[in-house]
Design a protein around this ligand. Sequence first.
Ligand code: FES
Ligand SMILES: [Fe+2]
Length: 343
Amino acid sequence: MKFSNRWYCVARASEVSTQPMEQVICDRPIVLFRTAETGKLVALENRCPHRQAPLSMGKVIGDDIMCIYHGWIMDATGQCVYIPGQDNVASSVRVGSYPVVVKWGMIWLWIGDADKVDEGLIPKMDWTEDDEQSSVFIRFYVKADYQLMADNLLDLSHSDFLHASSFGSQAGQRAETDHIKAELETWADEDAVNSVRTLRNVILSPMAAAWASTDQPVTRTHRTRWTPPNNINIELIIENDENKVTIHHDHIMTPETGQSCHYFMIWTRDFAVHSGYPSDEDVRREQTSVIGAEDIPIVEAQQRNRIRFNDPADIPGVGDKFLGAVHRRIAELEKEAKQKSAA
Ligand code: FES
Ligand SMILES: [Fe+2]
């Protein structure tokens, strides 16, 4: 885990009920549930203080959770409040708890100091609550370091190769006589790193052409904002004289372990909101197939290869400008965090 004192997205709010569920976040097994009486969202270490059985195998009773093994009961703070056959419970009998909040329909878990909790650090995704736009949520699981999955979004030059037959553009290929170069600008503000990548006069591949209802050349602009730990918002604008459409892609990567991650994606469009193509179902099908069948397999293969070749040094190309800027920002933030904890 790279960052403490940050929010980690752990699930869609609707995924968590009074049926306890386990999520491993930054190598920490966590049980998530809602209490039965007040509906409060709770995140505890997923272990019973008695003999370490997972609480996720237990049951929510009122506003508490009961371990299924010998019936010990913990409250929503992790404090054990009942031991069968025993009159008193020491206050030291407890498991750790984590602050959790719901924002933009997602559950965010705070890893860090309880006195530093700051909801202002959750990335902004206002568009997901706009009635004039439509959002589709998809969750993926990736057998790779969360940084490799984030890096996939930080170097969008892959779109025109890996996604050449789905939603890329015909730009950058060696055989092209008119070699189209992307304009790429990057800058940092606060903890964030931003970029604008513009492709002018490009022909869209079939999927993107259908979204924008045009087969004519377009200007394709990606405005991307990265915030730690690894939240990436991409605003994609496709425009020409015939049409203009905007899509916000929110990609949120949360480490499960050092070599696996949870990947949450929210795809919000400002066209075909109430009818027409694409419907929410079309978006879900297309994005599941593109990310699931194109991006994730190559990122997982990249992870395996890095291990097989003992993590050789990468050689950056021109398309890596933004990725490089984010990696430098991550190194700076890690250094700042270390200095703060040493002070
Ligand atoms: S392990 Fe949970 S009650 Fe015994
Ligand atoms: Fe991709």
